[in-house]
Ligand binder design. Structure first.
Ligand SMILES: [Mg+2]
Length: 172
């Protein structure tokens, strides 16, 4: 079976702004992220973005805008990412199992790329990401941003994307 990295978006692939990111001008890719994605790809990892996008349900932005920002990270990383999964609903409007900390996107991501949870990882900056990862049995990495600084659901804490990549590559 394949090995996979489940990637939260805001705070991991682009800078956390503390609010919904949907403008291109707010989508800032930190140094090292494109390089790290390429390194993971070269090491044989599949990569799936798993992102809550409840701003769609709130009418703040559209699916097309989500896709436009996804294309920015894809172009920057030489199209390293295999799939983009996002949850467009919001708990204010309807219950959903897809939004993190629900695990539906994680399950879909692993299934889409034929990955086993034992060999797979999740990188996130919020506890809800880590909880979702734990539900499907992947190893979790917290990158602290404006959100959690630590979490009981984090197997590891790394302070940059490249540090997380180095850890993953050191473990095979
Ligand atoms: Mg995040």
């Amino acid at each position: 079976m394949n090995k996979c990295i489940l990637l939260d978006r805001d705070g991991v692939l682009n800078e956390e702004k503390g609010d919904y990111v949907f403008l291109e001008s707010d989508f800032v890719i930190p140094e090292g992220v494109p390089e790290g994605l390429k390194m993971l790809k070269a090491a044989g990892f599949k990569m799936v973005v798993v992102t809550n996008q409840g701003g769609i349900a709130k009418g703040l932005y559209t699916r097309e805008e989500v896709k436009k920002l996804h294309n920015k990270i894809q172009e920057a990383s030489g199209f390293s990412i295999d799939h983009l999964l996002y949850a467009p609903l919001h708990r204010d409007f309807s219950k959903t199992l897809a939004s993190k900390p629900g695990s539906l996107m994680m399950e879909r991501g692993l299934a889409l790329v034929g990955a086993s949870s034992e060999k797979s990882w999740l990188i996130g900056d919020a506890e809800r990401d880590l909880i979702a990862g734990k539900k499907v049995g992947v190893t979790t990495i917290l990158i602290p941003t404006l959100k959690e600084k630590e979490s009981a659901f984090a197997d590891f804490v790394c302070f940059s994307f490249l540090e997380a990549v180095a850890l993953i590559l050191s473990k095979g």
